[in-house]
Every structure is written in C-alpha cells, then in structure tokens.
Design a protein around this ligand. Structure first.
Ligand SMILES: Nc1ncnc2c1ncn2[C@@H]1O[C@H](COP(=O)(O)OP(=O)(O)OP(=O)(O)O)[C@@H](O)[C@H]1O
Ligand SMILES: Nc1ncnc2c1ncn2[C@@H]1O[C@H](COP(=O)(O)OP(=O)(O)OP(=O)(O)O)[C@@H](O)[C@H]1O
Ligand SMILES: [Mg+2]
Ligand SMILES: [Mg+2]
Lengths: 227, 227
C-alpha cells in the first residue's frame, strides 16, 4: 500500500539548509491505523506532506499502491491524490472566500461528481462532524475547532482509501475530539487506511501502531498491544 | 483589574445572527492564573477577543484597570492594548512576510523601543521558547508548533501585565507544551495575570481558577483546590 525507502527531505532557506527528514524507511499495509508522534519540529508534517503527495522528497523512494511516485507527472500525481487520499492539514488550509459547504464540495468538484450529489454528500459530511448549522459560514465566521472540523469533512467526503490527518483534534475539546475519532474508527472498520499525527496520547490510543519521530528520524515503530 | 458585566456578542452573518456570548459577568484580580475551557464553538475565543480589546461587545460593560473600554477611542484602545496586554491567537496570526525575529520585534516597534534593545529582547524571547536556531525563518518555513512558539514569544516580549493565550499549546507535543507552561508559571510568579484557553486538562491544572463556557454562557467558575 505505502512503502518508503530512505526518504529524505532538505529545505533550503536563504543561506541555511534544514534536513527535516533524514532517511525514513517503512511499509504500511492497507487498512492499518497508524499514529505519528514526536516533538515539535521533528519532521512529522514533512513526512505527511511527502506521503500525501503534497511535496517531493529530496532523495529516497515512495511507492503508493506499488507505483513509484517519482515516475509520475504532475497530472498523474494530482489525480492519484484526488482519488486515493483525503488530507487534513495542520493549518486546515480552507479557502477563505468559500462557505463551509463549498469548501467540502471542492474535492468532489475535481473528481467530476454531479452538483446534486456533491451538495448532498457535503451536507452529510458536515452534519457528521456536528456543523449542520454552519453550512453557509465562511472560515472567518467559524471558531478554530469548527474550521478544523470543516477540514475533516472535506478529507472524508471523497471516500478516499487513505486518510492522512495532521493533528486533526488539536483545536478540539475532549468530547468533540472523541466524536471525530469515532468517525475515523468507523471509516477504519470499513477498510480505510488511517495515518494520523497527534501529540495527545488519548488520541494515539485509537491507533494500532505508533511511529515516533525525533530530529528527522524514525526512532521507534511499535505495535500498540493494549488493544 | 478585569471586570465584565453582562457582556454579550452577536455576530450577524448574511441572514442569520449567531449569539456567541450571551451575557457574561465576572471579575479577575491582578496576578490571577485563570483557565478558560469548554466545547468547540462555546464562545471562548469570542470572550478572549473582547477581553483583549480586539473586538467590541454588542452590549454589556468591560472595565480594564477601572477604565470602561467603551469610553475609549481607537487610539486609546490600541495604546492600552500595546502597553498592557500580550495576546496569543488561536491561529497564531503571524505576519507571513516577516521572519520569526521581526514578528517578535513588532510589539516593541509600536511601543517605541530602540532597535538595538528591540532585537536583543526578541532574540532572548525566541531562545526562551526554543527557537534560537530559527530566527531568520518565515512562518511558511517553520513547523506548526514552531509558529505557535513564535506567537508566544511575541506575546511575552513587551512585558505585558496581562497575557491572554488562546490554546497556546494546541500544536505542541507534551514536553514542549510543558516548557511553555513553565514560562507562563515564571511570568505568573513575577506578577503577570494569565488568562489561558485550553482543552487539555494537563494544561488547565497549572491554573488556580477555571471558567467553563457552554453555548455562549459561563456555566462554571471554580477555584482549583488541588494546588
Ligand atoms: N465572525 C463570525 N461570524 C459569525 N459567527 C461567528 C463568528 N466568529 C465566531 N462565530 C460563531 O460564534 C460561536 C463561538 O465561536 P468562538 O470562536 O468563540 O468559539 P470557541 O469556544 O473559541 O471554539 P473553539 O474551541 O472551536 O476555538 C461559534 O459557533 C462560531 O460559529
Ligand atoms: N519550508 C521550510 N523551510 C525551511 N525549514 C522548514 C520548512 N518547513 C519546515 N521546516 C523545518 O523542518 C523541521 C520539521 O518541520 P515539520 O513541520 O515537519 O515538523 P513537525 O514535526 O510537524 O512539527 P510540529 O509538531 O511543530 O507541527 C522544522 O525544524 C522546521 O523548522
Ligand atoms: Mg507539524
Ligand atoms: Mg476558539
């Protein structure tokens, strides 16, 4: 499903180079539920952006469903991303000019889903995350946690085979965070692969495997036994 | 120090009005350490934005150090804010075009601090939050938690008498979050009043008083006894 070998990422900014990822090797099988943890600045989002095809590695290989992504052109990457992956950004990355409903419709617009069905599925996804009464609000008319939930609804609405969520409960209170984890657990039971960055142990306990990052390296990869 | 009476905030968006705060009354004394908790969408940021003079109430009174803020003009509000308050936004609100160092210098620039001293104090504040090696990075060259820490450095650098922090550890791992709470505890011991929104019980336990919001109302105001 997902295989990376010696994946590296160096950012060069001005005069200095930051080695954000120093060679990560691992395999994830279809249907796994993986938590990614580690200190602030350790490389988690960099890793997720590479897995989510939002950025390209400096070196190393990444096979997504046996296709090596460096051999794909921009269009193939965009369509693979749109069909297979649902991404929840750490900073939400909603479109400020669009309402919550329109933001959630966007991935289906790209996928060519008809307007009627698009609107219906976006409505259902927003009701599922508890925002049925905020459909016409734009991001600056929503709370932090409400914006986060719009981003989650947008990631799940296209029925992706992999959901990559970067700190999806960071802005949510405990109860709302648990409601979101219920949604991820339900999708997982239906066969969706879940990769989730979190710094909250209560959230990580839903996963079956924990990848621990530190200073750009994968320092631990453990099965969670208490499940 | 801070006194509010029947504070209300209604947002009107398009055709519908959202009553985000439905009449909050409380007093905070100088040097208190208060945690603000409650579900996503319950009115915490709205309350903080009113306390932080970043927005005006729809009705009700707010006295900051015995001055009723509705009697102040825009300039008086801006200078009161700049002199007395340090604000950490839930979405960080850093200036994208400025480096971490320049972002932290900004409040001192407005306060008329000399360039040499401004730069030195910004450097110290960034080192204090663990970002001494990221001074020249702009927000898009920093991780989520690093951006959050730049926002914290910016809030403390002008030595405000009140720090208002909206979810200041949301993007931070446990250890880095604890390091930030140490900084708040140190400022609190020196006499700074701290008002902090959080959804994490481990963070709230540093406070001596917890305000609980639900649906725009203050439903509980309790002293924390286990300290
Ligand atoms: N500019 C706005 N226009 C319309 N409604 C708004 C606006 N800002 C906030 N709201 C609404 O007011 C309510 C309170 O929002 P607020 O941001 O204070 O919540 P919060 O407690 O900080 O939530 P969170 O924990 O998710 O950050 C929410 O239901 C939100 O949709
Ligand atoms: N565009 C960039 N240019 C330069 N350096 C960058 C860039 N993006 C990230 N970095 C650096 O790479 C390192 C890893 O960043 P990354 O965002 O992956 O960390 P993270 O584990 O997600 O942290 P957090 O938990 O704070 O979100 C950080 O030290 C950061 O400063
Ligand atoms: Mg990150
Ligand atoms: Mg908020």
């Amino acid at each position: 499903m997902i295989k990376v070998s010696n994946l590296r990422k160096v950012y060069s900014t001005g005069s200095v180079a930051v080695e954000a990822l120093k060679g990560v090797t691992l395999t994830m099988h279809k249907g796994e539920f993986v938590a990614v943890m580690g200190p602030s600045g350790s490389g988690k989002s960099t890793f997720m952006n590479l897995l989510g095809l939002l950025d390209t590695p400096t070196s190393g290989n990444y096979w997504l469903e046996e296709r090596e992504v460096s051999s794909l052109n921009k269009n193939e990457l965009a369509s693979l991303r749109n069909q297979k992956l649902g991404f929840v950004f750490q900073a939400f990355n909603l479109i400020p000019a669009l309402t919550a409903l329109k933001n959630v419709e966007l991935p289906m617009l790209y996928a060519g889903v008809k307007p009627q069905e698009r609107r219906q599925r976006a409505l259902l996804a927003l009701e599922k995350v508890g925002l049925g009464e905020r459909l016409q609000h734009r991001p600056n008319e929503l709370s932090g946690g409400q914006n986060q939930r719009v981003a989650i609804a947008r990631a799940i609405v296209n029925r992706p085979s992999v959901i990559m969520a970067d700190e999806p409960t960071g802005a949510l209170d405990t109860k709302t965070g648990e409601e979101i984890m219920e949604i991820f657990e339900e999708l997982h039971r239906e066969g969706t692969t879940i990769v989730l960055v979190t710094h909250e142990p209560d959230i990580a306990k839903h996963a079956k495997r924990i990848l621990r990052f530190k200073d750009g390296l994968l320092i631990r990869d453990e099965e969670v036994t208490n499940r």
